[in-house]
Design a protein around this ligand. Sequence first.
Ligand SMILES: Cc1ncc(COP(=O)(O)OP(=O)(O)O)c(N)n1
Ligand SMILES: Cc1ncsc1CCOP(=O)(O)O
Ligand SMILES: [Mg+2]
Length: 242
Amino acid sequence: MSERNPQFGSPWTGADESLADSGGRLDSEHVRSLLRVYFIMGSVNCRRPAAEVLAEAIAGGVTIFQFREKGPGALKGEAKLNLARELQGICHSHGVPFIVNDDIDLAIAIDADGVHVGQDDEPARVLRKQLGSRKIIGVSAHTPEEVRQAIADGADYLGIGPVYPTSSKDDARPVQGTVLIENLRREGIAIPLVGIGGITVNNASPVLAAGADGISVISAIASASSPRSAAAELASFFGVEG
Ligand SMILES: Cc1ncc(COP(=O)(O)OP(=O)(O)O)c(N)n1
Ligand SMILES: Cc1ncsc1CCOP(=O)(O)O
Ligand SMILES: [Mg+2]
Protein backbone atom coordinates (compact mmCIF):
# COMPACT_ATOMS: atom_id res chain seq x y z
CA MET A 1 0.00 0.00 0.00
CA SER A 2 2.70 2.48 0.98
CA GLU A 3 4.51 2.23 -2.37
CA ARG A 4 1.38 2.67 -4.47
CA ASN A 5 2.41 5.93 -6.15
CA PRO A 6 5.93 6.63 -5.03
CA GLN A 7 6.28 9.77 -7.15
CA PHE A 8 3.73 11.44 -4.89
CA GLY A 9 5.74 10.79 -1.76
CA SER A 10 7.68 13.93 -2.53
CA PRO A 11 7.20 16.83 -4.93
CA TRP A 12 7.86 16.04 -8.60
CA THR A 13 11.56 16.20 -9.24
CA GLY A 14 11.63 14.80 -12.75
CA ALA A 15 12.88 11.51 -11.36
CA ASP A 16 10.11 9.56 -13.02
CA GLU A 17 9.85 10.95 -16.54
CA SER A 18 8.08 7.78 -17.73
CA LEU A 19 4.89 9.12 -16.17
CA ALA A 20 5.07 12.44 -18.00
CA ASP A 21 4.39 13.38 -21.62
CA SER A 22 6.83 15.47 -23.63
CA GLY A 23 5.46 18.67 -22.08
CA GLY A 24 6.01 17.32 -18.57
CA ARG A 25 2.28 16.69 -17.92
CA LEU A 26 1.36 13.51 -16.11
CA ASP A 27 0.44 10.84 -18.64
CA SER A 28 -3.36 10.59 -19.00
CA GLU A 29 -3.39 6.80 -18.51
CA HIS A 30 -1.65 7.32 -15.19
CA VAL A 31 -4.16 10.02 -14.20
CA ARG A 32 -6.97 7.61 -15.15
CA SER A 33 -5.66 4.97 -12.77
CA LEU A 34 -5.21 7.51 -9.95
CA LEU A 35 -8.87 8.54 -10.20
CA ARG A 36 -10.38 5.16 -9.33
CA VAL A 37 -11.30 5.79 -5.69
CA TYR A 38 -11.27 9.56 -5.29
CA PHE A 39 -11.95 10.62 -1.69
CA ILE A 40 -12.85 14.24 -0.89
CA MET A 41 -13.04 15.53 2.67
CA GLY A 42 -12.73 18.49 4.98
CA SER A 43 -13.08 18.72 8.74
CA VAL A 44 -16.83 19.41 8.50
CA ASN A 45 -17.48 16.11 6.73
CA CYS A 46 -16.43 13.79 9.52
CA ARG A 47 -17.38 13.24 13.13
CA ARG A 48 -13.94 11.95 14.05
CA PRO A 49 -10.55 13.61 13.55
CA ALA A 50 -10.02 14.00 9.80
CA ALA A 51 -6.54 12.49 10.03
CA GLU A 52 -7.95 9.25 11.47
CA VAL A 53 -10.64 9.03 8.81
CA LEU A 54 -8.17 9.69 6.00
CA ALA A 55 -5.62 7.14 7.26
CA GLU A 56 -8.31 4.46 7.48
CA ALA A 57 -9.69 5.34 4.06
CA ILE A 58 -6.24 5.09 2.50
CA ALA A 59 -5.75 1.71 4.15
CA GLY A 60 -8.98 0.66 2.42
CA GLY A 61 -7.79 1.67 -1.04
CA VAL A 62 -8.30 5.39 -1.72
CA THR A 63 -6.21 6.30 -4.79
CA ILE A 64 -6.34 10.12 -4.66
CA PHE A 65 -7.44 12.62 -2.02
CA GLN A 66 -8.91 16.14 -2.27
CA PHE A 67 -8.76 18.51 0.70
CA ARG A 68 -12.07 20.42 0.53
CA GLU A 69 -12.29 22.65 3.58
CA LYS A 70 -15.47 24.63 2.94
CA GLY A 71 -19.01 25.15 4.17
CA PRO A 72 -20.41 26.20 7.57
CA GLY A 73 -17.87 25.63 10.34
CA ALA A 74 -14.92 25.14 8.00
CA LEU A 75 -11.46 25.97 9.32
CA LYS A 76 -9.74 29.12 8.11
CA GLY A 77 -6.28 30.66 8.20
CA GLU A 78 -3.62 28.86 10.18
CA ALA A 79 -5.96 26.10 11.39
CA LYS A 80 -6.82 25.27 7.77
CA LEU A 81 -3.15 25.34 6.78
CA ASN A 82 -2.20 23.06 9.66
CA LEU A 83 -4.89 20.52 8.82
CA ALA A 84 -3.87 20.62 5.15
CA ARG A 85 -0.26 19.88 6.09
CA GLU A 86 -1.28 17.05 8.41
CA LEU A 87 -3.48 15.38 5.78
CA GLN A 88 -0.88 15.96 3.07
CA GLY A 89 1.68 14.17 5.24
CA ILE A 90 -0.61 11.14 5.57
CA CYS A 91 -1.21 11.08 1.81
CA HIS A 92 2.44 11.36 0.98
CA SER A 93 3.54 8.67 3.36
CA HIS A 94 1.25 6.33 1.41
CA GLY A 95 1.97 7.61 -2.10
CA VAL A 96 -1.52 9.08 -2.52
CA PRO A 97 -1.71 12.37 -4.47
CA PHE A 98 -2.95 15.34 -2.42
CA ILE A 99 -5.24 17.72 -4.31
CA VAL A 100 -6.51 21.06 -2.94
CA ASN A 101 -10.04 22.20 -3.70
CA ASP A 102 -10.50 25.86 -4.80
CA ASP A 103 -7.69 27.40 -2.72
CA ILE A 104 -4.82 27.91 -5.18
CA ASP A 105 -2.75 29.95 -2.73
CA LEU A 106 -2.89 27.08 -0.24
CA ALA A 107 -1.96 24.57 -2.95
CA ILE A 108 1.09 26.65 -3.86
CA ALA A 109 2.05 27.27 -0.23
CA ILE A 110 2.19 23.57 0.61
CA ASP A 111 3.33 22.36 -2.83
CA ALA A 112 0.24 20.17 -3.27
CA ASP A 113 0.16 17.63 -6.09
CA GLY A 114 -2.68 19.49 -7.78
CA VAL A 115 -5.89 21.49 -7.54
CA HIS A 116 -9.55 20.96 -8.32
CA VAL A 117 -11.56 23.96 -9.52
CA GLY A 118 -15.13 24.64 -10.58
CA GLN A 119 -16.74 26.84 -13.19
CA ASP A 120 -16.64 29.91 -10.94
CA ASP A 121 -12.88 29.65 -10.39
CA GLU A 122 -9.87 30.52 -12.53
CA PRO A 123 -9.85 28.49 -15.76
CA ALA A 124 -7.33 25.67 -16.14
CA ARG A 125 -5.33 27.62 -18.76
CA VAL A 126 -4.57 30.33 -16.19
CA LEU A 127 -3.83 27.77 -13.46
CA ARG A 128 -1.53 25.80 -15.75
CA LYS A 129 0.61 28.91 -16.25
CA GLN A 130 0.62 29.52 -12.51
CA LEU A 131 1.25 25.94 -11.37
CA GLY A 132 3.35 24.55 -14.21
CA SER A 133 3.04 21.31 -16.14
CA ARG A 134 3.73 18.90 -13.30
CA LYS A 135 0.67 19.61 -11.19
CA ILE A 136 -2.64 17.81 -11.62
CA ILE A 137 -5.50 20.15 -12.57
CA GLY A 138 -9.08 18.90 -12.25
CA VAL A 139 -12.13 20.85 -13.44
CA SER A 140 -15.84 20.37 -12.69
CA ALA A 141 -17.98 20.29 -15.83
CA HIS A 142 -21.74 19.98 -16.24
CA THR A 143 -22.30 20.46 -19.99
CA PRO A 144 -20.57 19.39 -23.22
CA GLU A 145 -19.45 23.03 -23.72
CA GLU A 146 -17.80 23.16 -20.28
CA VAL A 147 -16.13 19.83 -21.02
CA ARG A 148 -14.69 21.06 -24.35
CA GLN A 149 -13.47 24.29 -22.78
CA ALA A 150 -11.79 22.49 -19.87
CA ILE A 151 -10.01 20.15 -22.27
CA ALA A 152 -8.89 23.06 -24.47
CA ASP A 153 -7.65 24.83 -21.33
CA GLY A 154 -5.44 21.88 -20.40
CA ALA A 155 -7.35 20.13 -17.61
CA ASP A 156 -5.90 16.73 -16.62
CA TYR A 157 -9.25 15.31 -15.56
CA LEU A 158 -12.91 16.26 -15.14
CA GLY A 159 -15.40 15.86 -12.30
CA ILE A 160 -18.88 15.28 -13.75
CA GLY A 161 -22.04 15.54 -11.68
CA PRO A 162 -23.93 15.57 -9.53
CA VAL A 163 -24.80 12.12 -10.76
CA TYR A 164 -27.22 11.50 -7.86
CA PRO A 165 -28.75 13.74 -5.16
CA THR A 166 -26.16 14.89 -2.64
CA SER A 167 -26.38 16.43 0.81
CA SER A 168 -22.68 17.36 0.88
CA LYS A 169 -22.90 20.46 -1.35
CA ASP A 170 -25.53 23.15 -0.77
CA ASP A 171 -25.05 24.84 -4.14
CA ALA A 172 -24.90 21.67 -6.24
CA ARG A 173 -26.20 21.86 -9.82
CA PRO A 174 -29.28 19.80 -10.79
CA VAL A 175 -28.85 16.05 -10.69
CA GLN A 176 -27.89 14.78 -14.14
CA GLY A 177 -27.52 11.02 -13.81
CA THR A 178 -24.97 9.36 -16.05
CA VAL A 179 -26.17 10.86 -19.36
CA LEU A 180 -23.34 13.37 -19.84
CA ILE A 181 -20.68 10.75 -19.10
CA GLU A 182 -22.26 8.34 -21.58
CA ASN A 183 -22.58 11.00 -24.28
CA LEU A 184 -18.98 12.15 -23.87
CA ARG A 185 -17.64 8.63 -24.23
CA ARG A 186 -19.96 7.96 -27.20
CA GLU A 187 -18.47 11.03 -28.90
CA GLY A 188 -14.98 9.63 -28.29
CA ILE A 189 -13.96 12.15 -25.63
CA ALA A 190 -11.29 10.23 -23.77
CA ILE A 191 -10.14 12.64 -21.04
CA PRO A 192 -9.89 10.97 -17.61
CA LEU A 193 -13.03 11.70 -15.60
CA VAL A 194 -14.84 10.84 -12.39
CA GLY A 195 -18.51 10.88 -11.53
CA ILE A 196 -19.43 12.77 -8.36
CA GLY A 197 -22.51 13.35 -6.23
CA GLY A 198 -24.41 10.88 -4.06
CA ILE A 199 -22.31 7.92 -5.16
CA THR A 200 -22.18 4.89 -2.86
CA VAL A 201 -21.15 1.28 -3.24
CA ASN A 202 -24.80 0.54 -4.11
CA ASN A 203 -25.10 2.90 -7.07
CA ALA A 204 -21.51 3.19 -8.36
CA SER A 205 -21.84 0.51 -11.06
CA PRO A 206 -23.85 2.57 -13.57
CA VAL A 207 -21.34 5.43 -13.24
CA LEU A 208 -18.46 3.16 -14.21
CA ALA A 209 -20.54 1.44 -16.89
CA ALA A 210 -21.23 4.89 -18.40
CA GLY A 211 -17.48 5.34 -18.88
CA ALA A 212 -16.18 7.06 -15.74
CA ASP A 213 -12.64 6.13 -14.77
CA GLY A 214 -13.40 6.49 -11.10
CA ILE A 215 -15.88 7.46 -8.46
CA SER A 216 -15.53 10.50 -6.30
CA VAL A 217 -17.17 10.54 -2.89
CA ILE A 218 -17.42 12.51 0.31
CA SER A 219 -20.06 10.96 2.56
CA ALA A 220 -19.81 7.35 1.37
CA ILE A 221 -16.40 7.22 3.07
CA ALA A 222 -16.32 10.19 5.50
CA SER A 223 -19.64 9.28 7.17
CA ALA A 224 -19.14 5.52 7.10
CA SER A 225 -18.81 3.68 10.42
CA SER A 226 -15.70 2.13 8.88
CA PRO A 227 -14.01 4.40 6.31
CA ARG A 228 -11.60 1.55 5.61
CA SER A 229 -14.37 -0.91 4.69
CA ALA A 230 -16.22 1.73 2.69
CA ALA A 231 -13.12 2.55 0.65
CA ALA A 232 -12.34 -1.15 0.22
CA GLU A 233 -15.83 -1.81 -1.14
CA LEU A 234 -15.38 0.99 -3.68
CA ALA A 235 -11.89 -0.25 -4.55
CA SER A 236 -13.28 -3.73 -5.18
CA PHE A 237 -14.98 -2.41 -8.34
CA PHE A 238 -11.46 -2.18 -9.75
CA GLY A 239 -10.30 -5.52 -8.47
CA VAL A 240 -8.16 -3.86 -5.81
CA GLU A 241 -8.13 -5.29 -2.30
CA GLY A 242 -8.01 -2.87 0.65
C1 LIG B 1 -13.64 15.50 -8.30
C2 LIG B 1 -14.52 16.68 -8.08
N1 LIG B 1 -15.50 16.94 -8.97
C3 LIG B 1 -16.30 18.00 -8.78
C4 LIG B 1 -16.13 18.83 -7.69
C5 LIG B 1 -16.99 20.05 -7.47
O1 LIG B 1 -16.22 21.23 -7.65
P1 LIG B 1 -16.96 22.67 -7.65
O2 LIG B 1 -18.00 22.63 -8.68
O3 LIG B 1 -15.91 23.71 -7.77
O4 LIG B 1 -17.63 22.73 -6.23
P2 LIG B 1 -16.91 22.77 -4.81
O5 LIG B 1 -16.38 21.40 -4.51
O6 LIG B 1 -15.81 23.78 -4.85
O7 LIG B 1 -17.98 23.17 -3.84
C6 LIG B 1 -15.08 18.54 -6.80
N2 LIG B 1 -14.84 19.30 -5.73
N3 LIG B 1 -14.29 17.47 -7.02
C1 LIG C 1 -18.33 18.40 -4.21
C2 LIG C 1 -19.49 17.96 -5.01
N1 LIG C 1 -19.65 18.38 -6.30
C3 LIG C 1 -20.73 17.91 -6.88
S1 LIG C 1 -21.63 16.91 -5.84
C4 LIG C 1 -20.49 17.14 -4.60
C5 LIG C 1 -20.64 16.53 -3.25
C6 LIG C 1 -20.31 15.05 -3.25
O1 LIG C 1 -20.47 14.53 -1.96
P1 LIG C 1 -21.23 13.16 -1.68
O2 LIG C 1 -20.35 12.08 -2.19
O3 LIG C 1 -21.37 13.11 -0.17
O4 LIG C 1 -22.57 13.21 -2.35
MG1 LIG D 1 -14.87 24.75 -6.43
